[in-house]
Write a new protein. Sequence first.
Lengths: 332, 184
Amino acid sequence: MENQDLHTHHSELITRYLSGNASDAEVQELEAWVLADPKNQEVFKNFKKAWVLSGMKENPISVDVDKSWEKLMGDLEPQAKVVEMKKPFFAQRWVGIAAAVLVLMILSIFLLRNSLNSDPYYAQTFDEVEEVQLEDGSTVTLNQRSFLSFANEEEGNVRKVGLKGDAFFDVARDTTSPFIIQAQDVEIEVLGTSFYVDSREELGEIQVIVESGRVAVRSGGKEEILTANEKAVFTKSNGDLNKQENDDANYLSIKNQTLSFEESPLEEVVFALQRQYHETIEIENTELLDCLLTAKFSNQELREVLDIIEASLGVQAKREGGKIIFRGTCNK
Amino acid sequence: MSQQLPQNSLDKPQFEELFKSHFAYLCNFAKQFVFDEEVAQDIVQKVFISLWEKREEIDPTLSIKSYLFTSVRNKCLNHIRDEKKYRSQVLDLDHADFEIAVEEDHFGEEELKQKIEAALASLPAKCREVFEMSRFRQMKYKEIAEELELSQKTVEAHMSKAMKILREQLGPYFWLLLLMIKNV
């Protein structure tokens, strides 16, 4: 039997916290107590469940279901129309099914995880960006042509995933279970934070860029600890691992679909566009490398983006063969 | 009546039925996390939109309800994280908090409400009154103490007692209640 006084004290503290009566100092005290022991965390969770559940007694919200339904239909209609106009019913259905097969795994894996317990799982993307929810609450935004594998069973209380390609990680905090990513020769370890990992095979480097929190990056016995807005660069050819200030303003683009350039050289722009749109883009003449672009794009088609770059720099971007080529000279 | 899951993908009448029968309840569920009715409704709307968009990918052998509950919960936690609307990152943002696995789509919301009602009914009268003022009217201990002419210490004692009883009665069953066994 645990100490009765202690027990009462913490019951009161938890109840105060849940009911919105705890002071900042009490919140901190409770945090420390919950983090100190998994058993305490269990106690806290049971209280929280009871609290949430008791609130579900009635629907106190004045929800207008019919109105909400109409609103939902309004949001869905436009997309449905476009699809219907483009393709006859059968084609649409088959295309839908074919596309579904690609992503089916991702969703069903997530849903299946509770019922099946042994096999390793994976999520694979082709021409789409996919948000993968892991069992621990972490979210991985997987860029096009990437692959994420994750083992369901915990090895010594470690959350472990493998990555090919690039992805943005938003790892749910769990101080008792480190989250480890294996990206080719680089191992990344965190407790709970958000960061981007670029391990695309076609590039000569593997990069890790941290948005928030603290991340350990390791390779061949070397280790770098990164905090917000720092970047680790691993050079594949010689195995070097270095830390530097982040200079990639667009590393969040696969997640927020936004590209932003401020006096950025065309070379950097091309790097960001290739990652975002997975097209091969080349710059024909070297004097174009230093053309400076200031622009912001949000959720736009590549062609639209290229048109804007053409207009603002006075260059041409033409599709030739499987690539897009920039040529001309820029306005000065 | 229990709902039968479609054999392949969700069609529009089924989707409408699902929406109309669960929307209000899911909004209430979301509100337990985000505390704001408008935000709660917004989140549930978004979850239904993504369900509709992914309808052909949903495995018919899996429960759409567990998908809905889990998605709503995750989106709520993401919301409070993104908006920094938490009092404590450790305590408010625990993603592993609830295992919402509904294996069968038989799910009686009325039944769940009755269980909660029964648990509340088992509290001593004063204790229940105090608890409901805090839980459903969001009153602070101090306000409850003033209205009922009790000391804050007494209010706190009632709250602790209520939580102890509810936790015993509801805590272990949270999962089971959502699972709701089969419809009787």
